[in-house]
Design a binder for this molecule. Structure first.
Ligand SMILES: [Zn+2]
Length: 364
């Protein structure tokens, strides 16, 4: 394999990409530790690396289409093993059962999937590490270079970490370990010191925005808002596009519903209660709520409105013209929300411009 033919299609991570390409062209393969915020491409880079090291295309690696590349992408390649945090096994569970419970999660982590939100209650149990060591003892089935990928490696208890350390200390002529972690300091220093660290930076907003319009079919306004919400993570931006409800800011939902009234005091109270949320999340919340209101106003169904009957109601008395104007206003502020705006001023202007109807007057 030559580095000249390698070009990892990794978005917005030039430094990590250069490192990985150099690493591949070298002759020694120490364990790697990929660090950086969630959703910036750590797992993707690890899978691309496994593809590149084993791709059968003579010219372009990874080609993405050969059998090996496809199997790696869908995590069915026999010489690629992921170790994932799982729910605590029952005390009497056999090692094979615990390993099987983890293998069941593989589909969620395939290449191109936005990774599930990490649940810190899940842990990589000791039996999974024992299973790994049995796998390690066997020669690879097909691969030049076999990969063991530990996703969210910080979610390990001391017992698992000790067993992993022993595995890392065993000579590995054909196997490579890659650990990914958004909180590497939570890993024991003994493990960190055995790995070569590769830092993944948050991805630039413009890069995310362009990627979303070109690859995820997002409209320009959606892409801008999602990029602003993303914290430099394509994974988070995709999750936002898939499920906006997860990103709604509760105090802003309350304000919109009219429950807090529309006085100056209500505006300030809502802004204070939402002070942890970035401006993009405030704009995104209002945008979502106005979109759903307009949908119901025009006679379409809104699953959100059905599930949350008290929230849209107050605004249903508004004319569709008003709702459209509100949406246009919010869309025009979307870009600004992703820049370094003064959060308080920005939020104040949104909330005073889009006051909810006065409920007392409505019910009177
Ligand atoms: Zn290939």
């Amino acid at each position: 394999m030559t580095s000249a033919s390698t070009c990892l299609p990794l978005v917005g991570q030039p430094r990590a990409t250069r490192f990985v390409e150099t690493w591949l062209a070298g002759s020694e393969f120490p364990p790697l530790l990929f660090t950086g915020p969630a959703g910036v491409g750590k797992r993707t880079a690890a899978l691309l690396l496994a593809q590149t090291a084993n791709c059968t295309d003579p010219v372009r690696q990874p080609c993405g289409v050969c059998r090996t590349c496809r199997q790696v992408a869908e995590l069915s390649y026999p010489d690629l093993r992921l170790l994932l945090p799982i729910r605590k096994p029952k005390p009497d569970a056999k090692m094979e059962e615990t390993a099987a419970a983890m293998l069941d999660r593989y589909a969620e982590f395939a290449l191109g999937q936005s990774q599930p939100v990490s649940d810190t209650r899940l842990k990589i149990p000791i039996d999974v590490v024992r299973w790994l060591r049995i796998e390690m003892a066997r020669p690879p089935l097909l691969a030049h270079r076999r990969f063991f990928l530990l996703v969210n490696a910080q979610q390990m208890n001391a017992e698992s970490a000790n067993a992993l350390l022993k595995a890392l200390e065993e000579p590995q002529s054909q196997s490579t370990f890659i650990l990914t972690s958004s909180r590497p300091t939570a890993l024991p220093a003994t493990i960190r010191s055995r790995c070569q660290t590769v830092r993944f930076a948050p991805i630039a907003k413009d890069t995310i925005c362009r990627w979303l319009t070109e690859n995820a079919g997002a409209s320009a306004a959606d892409a801008e808002l999602a990029a602003a919400m993303s914290d430099g993570s394509i994974g988070t931006a995709l999750r936002f596009l898939e499920n906006r409800e997860e990103f709604l800011v509760a105090p802003i939902v309350d304000y919109f519903s009219g429950r807090l009234g529309s006085s100056e005091a209500a505006v300030v109270a809502a802004i204070d209660a939402a002070s942890d949320a970035p401006p993009a999340a405030i704009a995104g919340t209002l945008l979502f709520l106005y979109q759903e209101t307009l949908r119901v106003r025009l006679g379409s169904t809104s699953v959100y409105a059905q599930r949350n009957p008290g929230i849209i109601e107050a605004n249903l008395g508004r004319e569709a013209v008003y709702l459209r104007r509100a949406l246009k206003f919010l869309l025009s502020r979307t870009y600004e929300a992703g820049t370094n705006v003064n959060a308080r001023l920005f939020n104040y202007s949104l909330l005073t411009t889009l006051k909810p109807p006065d409920r007392r007057r409505l019910s009177a």
